[in-house]
Design a protein around this ligand. Structure first.
Ligand code: ZN
Ligand code: ZN
Ligand code: ZN
Ligand code: ZN
Length: 308
């Protein structure tokens, strides 16, 4: 589509990327009718009725609108993100949008208290409209991203959901126990650059830990790295410690650390080098044999720190 495509083209292209229906009443609601349709459940509107929710739902992206809320000269509202995307063309009536704020709806928004959007995940908190967004960024009930590295997996969920997902969709090995003895074997270690990664999940203390093992290039040096991530939040992760050990022929490398929460991405942990790092030459030496095969035995232990 040409950069200066007509308003109609923009609207049509928008249909392709977002799912909205201009025939719904929601899209037709506008600021001038706000007063008639708002019904508060109480002084703070703890349970705003559905009509209020619908008024605050952007008709284009269906997210809740936060100030600044925009409207076209005919009163059709839309959120500030969508305003940028529709390029000055009202998606409902196709008039020029201009730069009109919908102050009445902004006031309604500011007076509301709403449940956290992770209510269905167990969060019972209710927030004034503005602090709701801030809370949701840190809400303990917000779903976790899939901890599997090496693929762009978009699965999210609570821990039980992710465990089932790791097992069923990624065929990840699951082990019970707080000590482990793991062998990593790679037939041609010299071809391996950023591409190898492995994940094993350990179940101990009623919690789950992800042991990551991978090859990557650290500066100029090819290295292997092993580290542990905790399937839960950071505060709880800090209550655990772990050690990793790898060696052969009377030499060994050991690492002791604190598992990182899976809220920290696999990449972030790797880039901060918060784990056991083994130079490839040393790894091959530990593998014995003729440098043709990587055969590492990594042993480890997870324990709980005694603190309250
Ligand atoms: Zn929107
Ligand atoms: Zn309009
Ligand atoms: Zn919450
Ligand atoms: Zn996944």
């Amino acid at each position: 589509m040409a950069l200066l495509g007509s308003c109609k083209e923009v609207v049509e292209s928008l249909h392709g990327i977002v799912d909205y229906d201009m025939t719904t009443e929601k899209a037709e609601s506008n600021c001038t009718t706000t007063k008639n349709t708002v019904g508060f459940g109480g002084k703070h509107g703890l349970h705003p009725n559905n009509e209020v929710y619908e008024l605050l739902e952007c008709p284009v992206c269906t997210d809740l609108m936060y100030p600044p809320i925009h409207q076209c000269p005919n009163g059709h509202t839309l959120c500030s993100n969508c305003k940028i995307r529709v390029r000055n063309c009202c998606p409902t009536c196709r008039n020029d949008l201009g730069n009109i704020r919908c102050l009445a709806l902004e006031k309604v928004a500011e007076s509301l208290e709403l449940p956290c959007k992770y209510q269905s995940f167990g969060c019972q908190d209710i927030f004034p409209y503005h602090s709701k967004l801030r809370h949701e960024q840190h809400c303990h009930f917000r779903p976790y991203d899939c901890p599997y590295a090496g693929s762009e997996c978009s699965a999210t969920g609570d821990i039980p959901t992710l465990l089932a997902h790791l097992k069923d969709d990624h065929k990840v090995d699951m082990h019970n126990g707080c000590t482990f003895n793991h062998r990593y074997v790679k037939p041609s270690p010299h071809e391996v650059e950023n591409a190898t990664w492995m994940l094993t999940v350990f179940n101990c203390f009623g919690r789950q830990f992800c042991l990551h093992f991978e090859a990557f290039q650290l500066g100029m040096a090819p290295v292997y790295m092993a580290f542990l991530r905790f399937m839960g939040d950071d505060e709880e992760a800090k209550k655990f410690s772990y050690s990793l050990e790898v060696g052969a022929n009377g030499r060994k490398l050991t690492w002791q650390g604190i598992p990182r929460s899976i809220r920290d991405s696999h990449r972030k942990v790797r880039d901060s080098q918060d784990g056991l790092i083994i130079q490839r030459n040393l790894a091959l030496y530990f593998s014995g044999g003729d440098n043709q095969e990587l055969k590492l035995r990594v042993t480890g232990r997870i324990w709980k720190e005694e603190c309250d």
